[in-house]
Design a protein around this ligand. Structure first.
Ligand code: 13P
Ligand code: SF4
Length: 298
């Protein structure tokens, strides 16, 4: 069976749309209706007229789509595609932290139950703008401590990371030594990294941004060689879509959970309408507020 063709046929038949994150494999990105970062995918989920959304990403992203679309069928190809960062901030932790009276900005890389307890959501693309928009000189942000550091650096506000050491294992591997080695080996190259990287890595890079911001920076840059500090899926997309430039991984790093989605699984969930992502209506109502507040700011 030609899987790609069969998926496209089912997509037509069921009025479905395939949303894919920048870290998905090339074969998935090639059949997607839309490829983007977390913010772009959340927006795409609010705009679609499709009845079914097949969300090729990790659990919190599909949850966000389901939270924003209670009347649509949201399917995730692999139920095991669970972001290990999201579990680092359970709802009790947000509730406990909020007793301080300080506003809580929740990174989209979290579960709906935790978002429901927070004041406003953010993604890596808009964390600084969201923090800037809050009328308080001190805010809390979690679960990623490096993103909290990034938002503090950009805004000059005090941003308290909750938990204090929340992290992404895919971005933790990048080291300042990798940047030094890349500068020596490729003196003409630009180095771009994601804000989930450690502060010293961010400080030494030429640009820090979300996956789609990195993509656009790479496309518009005059540099012929760009060293990229993030998950390999984005680098593969750059190589596929941006001609005349060389893209070098700062270090090979793979998000295993993102790679659990496959063409076979997309076909299976679409055919059998399984792996439905459903959010409890009470939770969804509160989580939606935090996400919609973010979408109003940026
Ligand atoms: P982006 O929102 O930048 O695509 O990042 C999502 C993510 O999971 C990064 O690890
Ligand atoms: Fe989660 Fe990191 Fe994978 Fe992004 S790259 S989905 S933050 S584990």
């Amino acid at each position: 069976m030609d899987l790609k063709r069969e998926i496209l046929r089912l997509k037509e038949e069921k009025n479905a749309i395939i949303l894919a994150h920048n870290y998905q494999t090339s074969e998935i990105q090639e059949i997607a209706d839309f490829i983007g970062d977390s913010l772009e995918l959340a927006r795409a989920a609010t705009k679609t007229k499709a009845d079914v959304i097949v969300f090729c990403g990790v659990d919190f992203m599909a949850e966000t789509a389901a939270t924003l679309n209670p009347d649509k069928l949201v399917l995730i190809p692999s139920m095991d595609a669970r972001c290990p960062m999201a579990v680092q901030l359970p709802p009790e932790k947000v509730r406990e932290a909020k007793k301080s009276g300080c506003p809580f900005v929740i990174y989209v890389n979290s579960y709906a139950t935790s978002k429901a307890e927070a004041d406003i959501c953010c993604t890596s693309a808009n964390a600084a703008k969201v923090v800037e928009a809050i009328e308080s000189e001190t805010v809390m942000l979690g679960p990623d401590a490096n993103l909290a550091w990034f938002a503090a650096r950009k805004t000059g506000k005090k941003v308290i990371a909750v938990p204090s050491h929340g992290y992404c294992y895919v971005h933790k591997v990048f080291r300042i030594e990798d940047i030094k080695a890349a500068r020596q080996r490729y003196p003409d190259a630009e180095i771009i990294v994601h804000p989930e990287c450690d502060p010293d890595v961010q400080m030494a890079a030429d640009f820090v941004g979300s996956t789609s911001q990195m993509y656009r920076y790479a496309k518009e840059s005059d540099a012929e060689r760009i060293v990229v500090g993030t998950e390999i899926g984005l680098i593969e997309r750059m190589r596929r879509e941006i001609e005349g430039k060389e893209f070098v991984p700062l270090r090979q790093s793979v998000c295993i959970e993102m790679k659990l989605n496959t063409l076979e699984r997309i076909h299976d969930v679409l055919l059998n309408e399984k792996n439905v992502v459903k959010i409890d209506e009470e939770v969804a109502k509160k989580a939606r507020k935090a996400i919609e507040r973010m979408l109003e700011v940026v």
